[in-house]
Design a protein around this ligand. Structure first.
Ligand code: GLY
Ligand code: MN
Ligand code: MN
Length: 443
């Protein structure tokens, strides 16, 4: 769809970036398009940083933010885009083209993408450094490196070398880490739609369905309710498949008596949710499943309750690990006390992943986790997941047979607020009684 305008916040983000990095140029190319076979492509999604700074969603494009050396305007916005070619538009759809891109996306200058190499050296004239992520696309790397050399040699006998080249990702990532009000709204929307999709599964899934039928219902419900695509491939894991953390095959039938772990989140205008729920394929949890579920839920709810500015994700991990291992110990499953089990890293057999990650436009969003070697303190506006889980590997003989093959994760999306936090995915049921009530009504 061709947009007629984009919100003002894109310009504000560019201003913030360039104010914090005043003599730096940024070169942010579109994501490459990947061919699946013959004339068929994988779905295209714009490079997140390019979208974050422009709202521009076409492939074969590049944003350059170039310092002018003047007080005002301190930098120029330059877009390189595909030209309008009638033959291509008949096959692939309408393009913005050079003139419209400048107007709609607020670029000072706009050129056809094939002019990137020609224009870059001049655009770098007032830059003291260049932010560009090397190594993603060999052809663009070559264009950028040649432009750096041309910029250097254009200065005559200056004795200077190439401009320093820095990765753009951590710098833009720091901006993206703190969400503005418009971002919080989109994350709220994504959380709501995704929670509804999980609830719909609890109402409709039946024993005998294949995992891919569940996946289809997730896709349908997300899209029917306003999410244009998913933020990542859904994990639809019945029974022991749930003990594979990033299970992706999604192609086995569901059996009554097993659990179903679903990890799925939809995007709303490039902001994604990331939710996991685990519920019985049949009507009720078995007693072993219920025991483990209650332990994970206790850890998850306590972590949510603790979250506030000043806390670290590491503290949440430690808390979840302790609560879950004490729970497992209370079931008589540990040969050593929980604290010793954790200090010897034994708990990693049951809880092998972290407690969560930054969330935003990417499911594993940008932002540095440690500052000066220490875990970063949460601040209002940061968004992340809380997702403890327990996974009894089917072949791990240290656990009684009846627990093996149980995999449970409960994952919510959390926005840190000045007073504490907001759970963006609260619409997805996680209380065992509520889930069982929904399952009871499922047939
Ligand atoms: N959906 C992947 C994750 O939870 O990190
Ligand atoms: Mn996650
Ligand atoms: Mn997830």
């Amino acid at each position: 769809m061709i947009k007629s305008q984009v919100p003002e916040y894109f310009r504000k983000r560019r201003d913030s970036l360039m104010k914090a990095n005043s003599a730096a140029a940024f070169i942010l190319p579109a994501n490459p398009e990947y061919v699946r076979n013959n004339d068929v492509h994988y779905p295209f999604r714009q490079d997140t940083n390019l979208y974050y700074l422009t709202g521009f969603d076409e492939p074969e494009s590049c944003l350059v933010l170039a310092p002018t050396g003047l007080e005002s305007p301190a930098y120029q916005v330059v877009l390189f885009v595909r030209e309008r070619v009638r033959e291509r538009e008949i096959w692939e759809g309408e393009r913005y083209g050079v003139d419209r891109s400048a107007k709609i996306f607020g670029a000072d200058l706009c050129f056809p993408i094939h002019e990137l190499g020609k224009q870059l050296p001049g655009l770098l004239k007032h830059a003291e450094s260049v932010h560009y992520s090397l190594g993603r696309d060999a052809e663009t790397d070559r264009v950028v490196l040649r432009a750096l050399e041309e910029q250097r040699s254009s200065q005559g006998r200056s004795g200077r070398g190439l401009l320093p080249l820095l990765d753009s990702r951590p710098v833009v990532g720091e901006l993206r880490l703190r969400k503005g009000p418009e971002e919080a709204d989109l994350l709220r929307r994504a959380g709501k739609v995704s929670a509804l999709a999980h609830k719909t599964l609890m109402e409709q899934v039946r024993p005998g369905w294949n995992e891919f039928e569940v996946e289809a219902l997730v896709n349908f419900t997300m899209r029917k309710n306003g999410s244009e695509r998913l933020g990542y491939d859904s994990i639809i894991a019945g029974g022991r498949n749930a003990t594979c953390l990033h299970y992706r095959a999604n192609n086995e039938p569901l059996r009554d008596g097993d659990l179903l772990l679903v990890d799925a989140g939809g995007e709303c205008d490039y902001y994604t949710a990331d939710i996991t729920r685990t519920f019985p394929v049949g009507r009720t949890f078995t007693s072993e499943q219920a025991q483990i579920y209650d332990i994970v839920l206790k850890a998850q709810k306590e972590c949510v309750a603790m979250t506030r500015p000043g806390l670290t994700i590491e503290q949440l991990y430690d808390h979840a690990a302790r609560v879950m291992m004490e729970g497992v110990e209370a079931l008589g499953l540990l040969k050593v006390p929980a604290a010793k089990f954790i200090s010897e890293a034994g708990h990693k057999a049951l809880f092998p992943h972290g407690i969560g990650h930054w969330l935003g436009m990417d499911v594993h969003d940008s932002g540095i986790y440690k500052l000066g070697g220490a875990a970063r303190k949460l601040e209002a506006g940061m968004c992340f997941t809380i997702e403890p889980g327990l996974y009894f590997q089917p072949d791990d003989a240290q656990w009684p047979e009846k627990y093996r093959g149980i995999g449970i994760r409960i994952e919510d999306d959390i926005l840190v607020t000045p007073e504490g936090c907001e759970v963006l995915t609260a619409g997805a049921p996680k209380e065992r009684a509520e889930i069982e009530a929904l399952r009871a009504g499922s047939r």
